[in-house]
Write a protein that binds this ligand. Sequence first.
Ligand code: NAD
Length: 486
Amino acid sequence: MNKTIAVMPFIEGQLTDSLSDDTVDVINPANGKWLLAIPAGNNADVDRAVASARVAFDDGRWCHSAPSLRKKILHRFADLVEQEASTLDALDAEEMGKPISIGFSNAAASAGTVRFYAEALDKFSGDVFNSDHNSFVTQKRVPVGVVAAITPWNFPTACAIGKIAPVLAAGNTLVLKPSELSSRSAIRLAQLALEAGIPPGVFNVVPGMGDPVGKALALHQQVNLITFTGSTAVGQSIMQYAAQSNLKRVMVECGGKSPHIVFDDGVDLDTAADGIAHFLLTNQGQICIAGTRLLVQASVEEALLDKVVSRFNQAVIGDPLNPNTTFGPIVTQRQCDKVMNYIEIGHESGAELVTGGNRILSESGGYFIEPTLFKGVHADAPIAQEEIFGPVLSTITFTDEAEAIRIANSSAYALSAYVWTTNLTTGMRMAEGLHSNAAILSGKPTEGAGHAASSEPAGLSGFGTEGGVDGIKSYLRRKTNYFFYG
Ligand code: NAD
C-alpha cells in the first residue's frame, strides 16, 4: 500500500508545509488503528492557496490558453488518472473503507468524467442578440474566476473529480478542500494534473478540517464561487458564509433519503431486488443517492424482501483492500455509532427487523455493521425520514400510486427516486408526480446517457446542476457586451 503521499497543502504547483501546528489523526476504519496524521489547516493556508489561484486566474495562464490545448491537457490528466486508478482506489479504501472491488464511481470511472469535460469545453456558446442597426450586442459565457470546492469522504476521488473536471474545463482556477477523513487522493490528483500540464496555481489543494479550512474558503473575499458536496447541515452553513462575505455563487449538493417504489404489476422481483440491494451494499450504503426507503405494494412485499435478504446475505464483508471483499466498514467510529443508534430507534419505533442490525467482525477492530432491513416502518418514523448514511433499508407498504407519491414526497430531501413498474402510464404519472429526479425501471438499469446527463437536486438535497455540458455552465457566468458604432 502506497503511504508515501504527504498530506500537506499543494499550492502553486508544489507541496508546502501547512502553517498550522495542529494535526488530526486519520483512523483506518477496517481495523480501528491509526493510519496517518494530517494538518488541521488554518486561515493562512487558505489565504496562500486562494492568492495562488487568484493570480493564476487573473494572468490568464489557463483560461486564456487555446481550447485545443486545454482539451489536450485534460485528456493527458485523464490518462494519468487511469494509469494510477488502482493506487487512488487503494488510498481511498484504506482511509474510508470503500472496497477496491467496487467499480461504481471508482478512479477509472472518474477518468471518464475528465474525458467528457475535456471534450465538452468547446461545446457551449453564447448569444448575439437582435439589436438595432447601430449596435451589436453579444453575450459570452466566461469563467467565474476562483472556485473553491469542498468534498465529502464517501467517494473521495470521484467527488473531487466531479468538481475538478468541469471547473477547469470552464477555465477557472481551483482550491479544493477534501474531507479530513480522505485527503490523499485529492493531493495525488493535483500532482497528476500538474504533470499533465495544468499550470501551477490553477489547481491547489488545502487539506484540513471543515472548520477552519472549509469555512475560511466559504468566507473568503477572493473566492468567486463555492461548490460544496456534503451534509445538508454544512451546506446550510456554506450559504450563510457566502452571504456574510462577498455574495459568492453557491452550489450545494447535499443529503438524500431516496425511495425505491415497487408496484405489483408484473415487475421482475429478482431484477428489482438486485437494484435495491445494489446501492445498500455498494460503499455500505454511504451513497447520497442510495434508495434507503423501500415503498412496496403489500401483495409483493414478502416475496421481494426474501430476495433482498438473499442479496444481503451474499455480501462478502471484510477488509476493503482485499479484492474479494464487496462490503467494507463504516467510515468512522462516530458514523458507526450513529448508524447503530438509528437501528435502535428503528426497534423502539415498533418496526420489525427482518435481517441484520448488528455490529460484526469485532475481532478486526473495524467498524462493520451488517446490511440491515426493517419492515413495518411508519412513513413518518425517523428511520424513514432522516439520512442515516449507512446500510439500513426501511420498508413501508402502499396501496396505490397516489399514496406512493405522497409517501415518497413526504421527505424533505429530493435527490433521486427509483420506480419499478411494467406499466408505462404508471411510470409516466410517477415521474411527473415525484419531486426528485426519477428512474423508471421495468428492467435492469444500463449506462443511460452516461456522462452527458446532468441533474439538479431539490429541497434539503441542495441545488446546482452537475453533470453533462450544463455541468460546465454552472461554473461560467454570462457577460454581455454592447458595441455601438453609429
Ligand atoms: P460533511 O458535510 O460532514 O462534510 C463535507 C465537507 O465539508 C468535508 O470536506 C468537511 O470537512 C467540510 N466541512 C465540515 N464543516 C464545515 C464548515 N463548517 N465549513 C465548511 N466546510 C465544512 O459531509 P460528509 O460526512 O463528508 O459526507 C456525507 C454527506 O455528503 C451525506 O449527507 C451525503 O448525502 C452527502 N453527499 C451528497 C452528494 C450529492 O451529490 N448530493 C454526494 C456525496 C455525498
